[in-house]
Design a protein around this ligand. Structure first.
Ligand code: SF4
Ligand code: SF4
Length: 287
């Protein structure tokens, strides 16, 4: 089962939930993988502390135009959906930061003036945690805008996605990298906090789960910090509230020190086991 943990905004406790669930299930499932898809700022390794033993660069093929062969016909620019290659004043220019590496321009070039050269976007790192969790994360190079190819490669790296349980820690928001992270999941946990911002961003994230047709439920973190509108929203939209974690200073302090929720409050293990049972039921009902 692939369980993705997402949130409409950053800082809601998404990684806190993902790491606690992974630690809980590592004691009862035969194989468990953890994929930190928040490739712009991966941080789950701080808590799960894997022993990284594998590393792999993520590359994308970017067109390179031979000016001597190019006749300026503009077919490459016409076919590019991303305006990453243009013909200006008889010269063909490539904007690598906008290129999605689809290869269409190379295919249509009548003069074979385009070759594709690999560009390193980031890296994947993997290793086992002390609990036996098969951990991996992606890390996008600084200033590199293309998160999606790194996430795609991370999800296909080795056999991790085939584990009995796969925990996917998604980036925050509702943009393309989030969609790529959530794609193929059996269930999505949306983590939010009971504040007006939390409610607003939860609405967007929930709409996304409906559009991609994956069942979802909500965990309200820092319960008690704001108002009751998130709970009302969930009730009105028939969204299951899977768990509430009250606002506690000790939890915040422990997380700031790199401890997982289970290390700070071991009593949550039982709640996360119950959470997994609920998720299995909800994911099964949706099939
Ligand atoms: S399609 Fe080829 S020949 Fe035509 S402008 Fe592009 S690179 Fe030049
Ligand atoms: S590889 Fe695709 S995205 Fe990149 S410039 Fe060519 S057509 Fe555009």
């Amino acid at each position: 089962m692939i369980i993705a943990i997402a949130s409409g905004k950053g800082g809601t406790g998404k990684t806190t939930i993902a790491t606690a669930l992974a630690q809980t299930l590592s004691e009862r499932e035969k194989s468990i993988s953890f994929l930190d898809c928040d490739v712009e700022a991966p941080n789950a390794h701080i808590f799960l502390k894997p022993n990284f033993t594998e590393k792999k660069d993520v590359e994308m093929l970017i067109p390179d135009v031979d000016d001597d062969l190019c006749n300026g016909c503009g077919r490459c620019a016409e076919v590019c959906q991303f305006h990453a290659i243009v013909v200006l004043g008889g010269q063909t220019l490539v904007f690598p930061e906008m290129c999605h590496g689809c290869g269409s321009c190379t295919l249509v070039c009548p003069e074979n003036a385009i070759t594709e050269i690999p560009q390193v976007l980031g890296a994947l790192k993997g290793g086992l945690t002390s609990e036996g969790i098969n951990f991996a994360h992606g890390l996008l190079n600084v200033g590199e805008p293309m998160a999606v190819p790194v996430i795609t490669k991370l999800k296909k790296w080795d056999e991790r996605i085939s584990a009995e349980v796969v925990i996917v820690d998604s980036p925050p928001g509702a943009s393309c990298p989030v969609v790529e992270s959530l794609h193929g999941s059996d269930f999505i946990i949306l983590v939010t906090e009971p504040t007006p911002f939390g409610l607003h961003d939860l609405g967007q994230a929930y709409q996304l789960t409906k559009e991609i047709n994956i069942p979802a439920g909500v965990i309200i973190n820092r319960d008690g910090v704001g108002d009751k509108k998130v709970g009302v929203y969930c009730e009105e939209n028939d969204i299951p509230v899977l768990m509430r974690i009250p606002l506690e200073r000790e939890i915040g302090q422990g997380i700031a020190q790199g401890k997982t929720l289970l290390e700070i409050r071991p009593k949550y293990k039982k709640e996360f086991l119950n959470l997994y049972t609920k998720i299995q039921e909800l994911a099964g009902d949706a099939r």
